[in-house]
Design a protein. Structure first.
Length: 276
């Protein structure tokens, strides 16, 4: 049964995930190149950028929702999860998760005590907690040019982590393309913060707020296409750069513009329930 106050979209690349997602009372969304049933929600009809899914990840669906279907949603809250990552009110790290208790653990409705919040974000990922040897292996030249990252955890900020994982100075170059209202605030955010809310997952209470976010993030990503293009993006860290840029911007933008709550995210690949 679909809940009265929460519309949860669960994004997947696999058609054989649909029944399992429906068992969670979520709305499955088919992305990628595989063929999904015509009745399945997809990013391929209407006004869409589905051909950019390889580069944008989940955001090709966000674009489709923004342009085609957002105003049709009746529930108060609109949320997004993935076939390997789910929301939970109560979850203990290292807890054994299977399909049966997953159904009991995932978020099915938003509690009344959350009414004062406008958006829910995932628990933060602390980029400064990676071991020193991982920094050295991943980006020796970055560490040599900025050796304080070895001794000062505050120097291991969001910008340093993005440089390490997605190309030196690419985040700064992208920030230069933002409008003046966000440019310096976002730059200060990535240089001063050592955590962000990961996975491009959030739950938004207000359609107006969600539209405002989309109106900011998508024109920016479109401008970034002129900078990074597509043909020269090699390796996962660069190929999906638009999704990673949106991920950092999402944390900044909602924290700046909304009263937010953070919740745990459960990691469980439903492929395991299909014998994969």
């Amino acid at each position: 049964m679909i809940n009265n106050n929460l519309k949860m979209f669960c994004l997947t690349l696999e058609p054989n995930h649909l029944d399992l997602i429906k068992e969670l009372s979520y709305t499955p969304v088919g992305l990628g190149d595989k063929k999904f049933p015509v009745e399945c929600v997809s990013d391929k009809n209407g006004k869409n950028i589905s051909d950019k899914n390889k580069y944008y990840g989940e955001y090709t669906f966000h674009y489709w929702l923004w342009k085609n279907s957002l105003d049709n949603i009746k529930q108060d809250w609109i949320g997004f999860c993935q076939y390997r990552k789910f929301w939970s009110l109560y979850f203990t790290p290292n807890e054994d998760i299977n399909l049966k208790n997953l159904n009991q653990k995932v978020l099915k409705e938003i509690p009344d005590q959350f009414d004062k919040f406008e958006v829910i974000l995932g628990d933060p990922f602390f980029v400064n907690k990676r071991k020193t040897m991982k920094f050295l292996k991943k980006g020796f030249s970055l560490v040599v040019s900025n050796p304080q990252v070895l001794f000062n955890e505050k120097a291991r900020n969001i910008k340093f982590h993005f440089d390490l994982m997605h190309g030196k100075d690419n985040l700064d170059k992208a920030i230069d393309l933002l409008n003046n209202e966000n440019k310096e605030d976002f730059r200060n955010f990535v240089r001063n913060e050592v955590s962000f809310n990961p996975h491009n997952m959030f739950i938004c209470k207000s359609k107006k707020l969600l539209k405002s976010y989309y109106n900011e993030v998508f024109p920016w990503l479109k401008n970034c296409e002129k900078l990074f293009g597509f043909d020269d993006l090699k390796g996962y860290g660069l190929t999906r750069i638009y999704g990673f840029l949106a991920e950092r911007f999402m944390s900044y933008w909602f924290k700046k513009n909304a009263n937010y709550k953070e919740l745990p995210i459960i990691f469980h690949d439903i492929n395991e329930n299909l014998g994969k």
